[in-house]
Design a protein around this ligand. Structure first.
Ligand code: EPS
Length: 445
């Protein structure tokens, strides 16, 4: 007799709680410091056969650098992602993709950010720069309110906050956007498009009725905003902040079209797509809150006006809702409507008119926290980073559901699924209980 056959493990979702890395899905890891030689990111799990080029990745990297309210650093950087692994002759190989985004500003920080141990002569040179009052060379100890400075330095035992702020810097998001470009290329092949816009700055919100700019015009505008009047008022708020040595935040909105129904899951907390997306957007350095669709506004309205009435399935097999207050997700699962997710951006914590603070070493109050130079407002840039985090999460969810070692395989699996859900559910067909327009019956909760 043959021994009982062991059931092969189905390629399945990540199981974060078992401590092992997820298998068969998209993941990425960034490295690098703001003024170090380079940022880097490895993207793993992308199927083979996906067309990918550095020029394509440059588009989102440039979008992230723009925006009214950005500071002087962006005139130094001209971000490009070099592809150093995982791609041959313009197509992915299925192996990890390695991307580098070099920091042009590094040439102004070579000794301060040197990777190798300092020789005696180099240490002397740095000490002389400190004695000359060179701000870059001088250890940072006046921690900034609202930044990772204090907690980071204590946590790692650093006497120089530079060791924290170089990595806690939003510069790291350039690497995420490079990775997001890979996810965009994959999603595009699967029929999914993602973009974002600035919805609010300093309490000035767009009026949806006046948000008439087409997407390409909005994208090219100073704040990447679809409502020209609101944008003018937002710019005035940024100018106020600049004039006062202050900073200002806002809200970005990311929208994804073309998602199939059924990504994510309602069965376990750690497989809900809304939870994964919220974590991804919340992980952006400056983001302090995340909403889907109507978001917190739902709490102020009756259920009868909140829930999206389901019209039914149209002739092409698409399920239609009368509204999209849920923002494209119900029960942690995509419902076929556009995904709408917003990130709340706090004002940047590096203020030209620095707040009072305390010194890391003495523990005593100081009049002014550390200041080098800074942006005034980064809501449009944060929106591009939001797109990247949403795209990476959606690409992961697509690969969880459709798998595939090659793009063709993933595409075929998706096409078969789309075909299947365009008609009645399979078990109703098997049971012969499907289904005329009049025969459906509803159930209570
Ligand atoms: C940042 C401070 C500024 C920003 C930077 C994030 O950099 P610097 O200290 O060099 O002036 O410009 O963001 C970027 C460099 C970027 O590319 O987004 C910070 O402290 O978080």
């Amino acid at each position: 007799m043959h021994p009982p056959r062991r059931r092969a493990r189905r390629p399945g979702p990540a199981r974060p709680s078992d401590g092992r890395p997820p298998v068969g899905r998209l993941r990425f890891l960034t490295a690098g410091e703001s003024h170090g030689p380079t940022l880097g990111v490895t993207v793993e799990g992308v199927p083979a056969g996906l067309p990918l080029s550095s020029d394509e990745l440059a588009v989102d990297l440039a979008r992230r650098q723009r925006g009214y309210g950005r500071g002087a650093r962006q005139s130094i950087e001209q971000d490009r992602a070099e592809i150093l692994g995982g791609v041959r002759h313009g197509r992915t190989l299925g192996s990890p993709i390695l991307l580098l985004v070099r920091n042009r500003d590094f040439e102004n920080w070579t000794r301060v950010m040197q990777v190798e141990a300092l020789s005696e002569a180099e240490a002397d040179e740095l000490a002389a720069a400190v004695a000359d009052g060179n701000k870059r060379a001088t250890p940072v100890t006046r921690v900034r309110p609202g930044h990772a400075d204090l907690a980071g330095a204590l946590k790692y035992g650093f006497g120089d906050v530079r060791n924290v702020l170089e990595r806690a810097s939003a510069r790291e998001t350039a690497a995420r956007v490079a990775a997001g470009g890979v996810a965009r290329a994959l999603l595009r092949e699967l029929g999914v498009e993602v973009w974002s816009f600035t919805a609010e700055v300093g309490g000035v919100a767009i009026d949806p009725a006046r948000a008439t700019r087409p997407r390409d015009v909005a994208d090219a505008s100073p704040l990447r905003c679809p409502d020209p009047d609101a944008e003018a008022a937002m710019i005035a708020r940024i100018d106020d902040a600049r004039a006062n040595g202050d900073t200002i935040g806002g809200v970005f909105e990311v929208v994804a079209h073309g998602l199939p129904i059924g990504l994510g899951s309602y069965v376990h907390w750690d497989r809900r797509l809304d939870a994964a997306l919220a974590a991804a957007v919340m992980s952006i350095n400056i983001v302090k809150g995340v909403e889907f669709g109507l978001g917190f506004e739902q709490t102020r309205r009756f259920g009868s006006v909140v829930h999206d009435v389901i019209e039914g399935r149209d002739d092409s097999g698409r399920w239609i809702h009368r509204s999209n207050n849920a923002g494209g997700l119900t029960g942690g699962v995509t419902n076929g409507e556009p995904l709408v997710v917003r990130g709340a951006v706090k004002p940047i914590s590096t203020l030209a008119r620095a707040l009072p603070s305390a010194d890391l070493l003495t523990g005593r109050p100081v009049e002014k926290a550390h200041y080098e130079r800074s942006d005034i407002s980064v809501v449009p840039a944060a929106g591009v980073v939001g797109e990247a985090m949403v795209m990476l999460t959606l690409a992961d969810a697509m690969l969880e559901k459709f798998g595939g070692d090659s793009l063709d395989e993933t595409r075929d699996n998706l096409a078969r699924y789309r075909e299947r859900i365009a008609g009645p559910p399979a078990d109703a067909v098997r049971a012969g209980s499907a289904v005329t327009a009049e025969s459906g019956s509803g159930g209570d909760d």
